[in-house]
Ligand binder design. Structure first.
Ligand code: ADP
Ligand code: ZN
Length: 781
């Protein structure tokens, strides 16, 4: 009779802890809750040896003692003073979190004022928690001669063959493999165990990724654009001689790598100055020392081209990013955890990669806002990475053409060593940037067009010379607002105080924040007039305009709408690189990191888009975006130019970006920050109170503010901390919630933390009200 796996290994019911038996070991457990508190549980004898610090456990918790997953953060034999409940079982067969990551996550819980369990939960990818990509496999191992029964039992032919195959293997063999090799069913194999010639055990193994559907299928899918997928051949990365500037930057890094220990470098290099070459050198050096390297890049620059550059210079690279399926991601994560990779490349959450012997961290484009997580735990991967480097006593390199003010300030104060690459490699000039003053260039408003005559002229010249054009417009959709000319009504989201964007391709009005959709109105919903106007410019409309005005050219759009399908990103870029596309229109997605030598013109359709956002960083962001996109031009021998259309040519962030003068801009803008006590001079914490009911949110915000006032006096902090607000958030209604916010500013992070801890530890918002705390916030809306 065939034996099933279930009969071989009956699944044990969850053991009910015997209350009588005393325990000798206690576990400290944290849960995925905002509470920063550990709970003590007894470890039943049956679980001794299977519970480890950094592993997950199932424990009775909360109402009704529901079995709840948590992380074991400590083990002790000290019995607690009061009686404790017992763990139900272990969820992992080994610790998921290394001791270094335990320390790092502990620091995060303290710094970001959230639960340690929340942090740990965010650190482990879903694919690892679900163990997708792995399966339980039953292995058979031949027992050594010394322990074989005497006399030896008799064996059937099939049993003998199975035993021979097992011994010949010289290592445990998965039973289904053994059955295959011995060409038998499971019966003879089970008999070997019954006859005490072999032992069986369960081990988790990687599921065969090749057999999971979807992994390769997407790569082969033909895109609607009809563009062929990116060829997979390796682009060899030539080992170049470092130039004089690079050598000067490399020297202190090489020294730090030799010496070991914590050292932070800020590598400020203009676009195309050879920063990546420095990362690659450092990576090779660390790999030579037998250690591992962690490289963080913004999600958006995690292109095949980028990954390939790292892959050609070392043996084993694991890639962690959100486009991977959870199984694939889990596989990479486990490979890193088992010490099989030399280099981990990934986006934000890769900062938690479970390496064995980390020797270096690199963060490219360190100023990028996408390194900040906008949900709990609201960490900034750059800051976490710096802390990780400190804790593990290793060097870290932060690189950017436009460093964040926070990092620049750290360099000025001597916390980071500043290294500069002021020139492009091979004496390539920086692209010439010309401003097009829309105040003078614009024709009659009724004939408004996105492309000014000046830009159009240069586009035509470029196309005639067989150069390629990139056009940046940082807003997707067709029309950015739809309004009624009679009564002035603007169609806005049902749940947010935000105008709906009209998307022509899908014939829908869309909220870019919450995803709310509706059909475009035929008449004004307010006054009933039959006329509605579509205004404001998105990438869809720009594409249409260009197709009309440049017939016969191939134009493609790249934004998050057109890039939904997996692989479409790579296909468009590949086609662009091969010259199959003349004009590429896109949002900030096209602004970063791309290196196409034949791009001879970059046009910025509207430089002012982010300028009037009520956020003290709007100038910094505008400067960054303009510098980044300008950096896409002139990367080849034929040079290139940049045209920036703007209504604000006198704004420093616009004209200094055009002059590639980061240092002048920093100096000017930093003075402004200092004057207003904004970061990086002072620390900021932002609290948001939200509720579906405006009055409830307002009342709680007022109460919280009063608590802060009170605590500041009690702690004698008024001079050190400033409380701004509460006030309505700039976008008051969001996703159906009414939002109030306030900010706390302080020159002393310690005082700020002390205050927050004092006030928030006692606070429970009333039913229907929620609040979030954002330390070092980037989003001020
Ligand atoms: P960045 O990261 O600063 O934008 P990269 O490191 O990508 O710059 O360098 C831009 C291009 O110049 C790459 O193609 C790179 O291979 C090449 N490059 C880098 N350093 C040198 C060098 N010293 N000599 C010649 N070419 C170089
Ligand atoms: Zn909305």
């Amino acid at each position: 009779m065939p034996v099933t796996q279930r009969e071989l290994f009956p699944v044990a019911e969850e053991p009910t802890p015997a209350p009588a038996a005393p325990v000798s070991l206690y576990a400290e457990v944290v849960f995925d809750r905002p509470l920063d508190q550990a709970y003590t549980y007894g470890v039943p004898d049956s679980l001794l040896g299977s519970i480890s610090v950094g592993g997950r456990v199932l424990a009775p918790f909360g109402k009704g003692d529901r079995p709840t997953p948590g992380f074991c953060v400590g083990l002790t034999d000290q019995s607690p003073t009061k009686t404790v409940k017992r763990l139900i079982r272990a969820l992992d067969d080994r610790a998921l979190v290394t001791p270094e990551l335990m320390r790092l996550t502990r620091w995060m819980a303290d710094y970001y004022l959230c639960g340690w369990g929340q942090v740990l939960n965010a650190v482990i990818p879903a694919g690892v928690k679900e163990r997708s990509g792995t399966r339980n496999a039953i292995f058979l191992e031949a027992l050594p001669e010394a322990v074989l029964p005497d006399p030896l039992p008799g064996l059937s032919g099939k049993q003998q063959l199975a035993l021979d195959k097992l011994r010949a293997a010289g290592e445990p063999v998965e039973i289904r493999m053994l059955a295959q090799r011995a060409n038998c069913g499971l019966g003879p194999i089970v008999a070997l165990v019954d006859k005490k010639l072999a032992r069986r055990f369960v081990r988790r193994v990687e599921a065969d990724l090749a057999s999971t559907p979807g992994a390769d299928a997407t790569r082969l899918a033909i895109d609607a654009t009809g563009l062929a997928p990116e060829p997979e051949e390796a682009i060899p990365e030539p080992s170049v001689e470092l130039n004089v500037d690079q050598l000067q930057a490399w020297k202190p890094i090489a020294q730090a790598l030799q010496k070991g220990g914590y050292h932070a470098f800020l590598l400020h290099g203009v676009t195309g100055s050879g920063k990546t070459e420095i990362y690659l050198r450092a990576m090779e050096e660390v790999v030579r020392q037998g250690k591992e390297v962690l490289i963080l890049v913004p999600e958006i620059s995690l292109t095949p081209q980028t990954i390939q550059r790292f892959k050609t210079r070392c043996r084993s690279v694991a890639v962690l990013h959100s486009h991977l399926g959870s199984a694939e991601r889990g596989g990479h994560w486990r490979r890193a955890a088992s010490g099989q990779v030399q280099v981990v490349v990934g986006a934000r959450s890769a900062v938690f990669a479970p390496t064995r012997k980390l020797g270096l961290i690199v963060i490219d484009e360190e100023h990028e806002g996408s390194f900040k997580q906008e949900s709990t735990p609201r960490y900034h991967a750059r800051d976490v990475a710096v802390m990780r480097a400190r804790l593990q006593e290793i060097p870290i390199i932060l690189g950017s053409a436009t460093p964040s003010f926070e990092s620049w300030h750290n360099a000025e104060r001597g916390n980071y060593s500043l290294l500069k690459l002021p020139n492009r490699v091979l004496d390539l000039p920086m692209p010439q940037v010309a401003l097009v003053d829309l105040r003078h260039e614009l024709p009659v408003p009724s004939r408004f067009r996105a492309i000014s005559p000046a830009l159009e002229r240069v586009m035509r010249d470029t196309l005639r010379d067989k150069g390629q054009v990139m056009l940046l417009l940082n807003r997707r959709g067709f029309s950015t607002h739809v309004h009624c000319p009679s009564c002035g009504h603007v169609e806005s989201c049902l749940h947010c105080d935000l105008a709906l964007t009209y998307h022509r391709q899908s014939e829908r009005m869309l909220c870019h924040y919450c995803g709310y959709k509706q059909d475009p109105p035929r008449q004004c919903p307010k006054c009933g007039k039959m006329e509605v106007r579509y205004q404001g410019l998105g990438t869809e409309k720009l594409l249409t305009e260009i197709e009309e005005r440049f017939p016969g050219t191939v134009v493609r759009r790249m934004d998050s709408d057109s890039m939904r399908r997996p692989g479409s990103h790579g296909r468009i870029l590949s086609a662009f690189r091969r010259g199959l596309i003349d004009i590429l229109v896109g949002t900030q997605m096209i602004a970063k990191g791309l290196d196409f030598p034949n791009v001879m013109l970059v046009g910025v359709v509207n430089a002012d888009m982010g300028l009037h956002v009520p956020d003290f960083r709007s100038a910094e962001r505008t400067f960054q975006l303009l510098s980044q996109v300008a950096g896409r031009a002139g990367r080849g021998p034929r040079g290139g130019r940049v045209l920036v259309q703007t209504f604000n040519p006198d704004q420093p962030c616009v004209f200094l970006a055009a002059q590639h003068d980061f240092e002048a801009f920093v100096k000017l803008e930093m003075a402004h920050r200092r004057e207003h006590n904004y970061p990086p001079y002072q620390r900021l914490a932002r609290l948001i109170v939200r509720s579906k009911k405006a009055d409830k949110a307002a009342a709680f915000a007022d109460r919280l503010a009063a608590d802060f006032d009170h605590a500041m006096k009690a702690l004698k902090l008024p001079g050190t901390i400033r409380l701004l607000g509460p006030a309505e958030a700039p976008v008051f209604r969001l996703k159906g919630f009414c939002r109030f916010h306030f900010q706390l500013q302080s020159a002393s992070p310690a005082a700020l933390h002390q205050l927050l801890r004092t006030v928030l530890s006692g606070v429970r918002p009333p039913a229907g009200v929620e609040f979030t705390l954002d330390i070092d916030p980037l989003n001020m809306l």
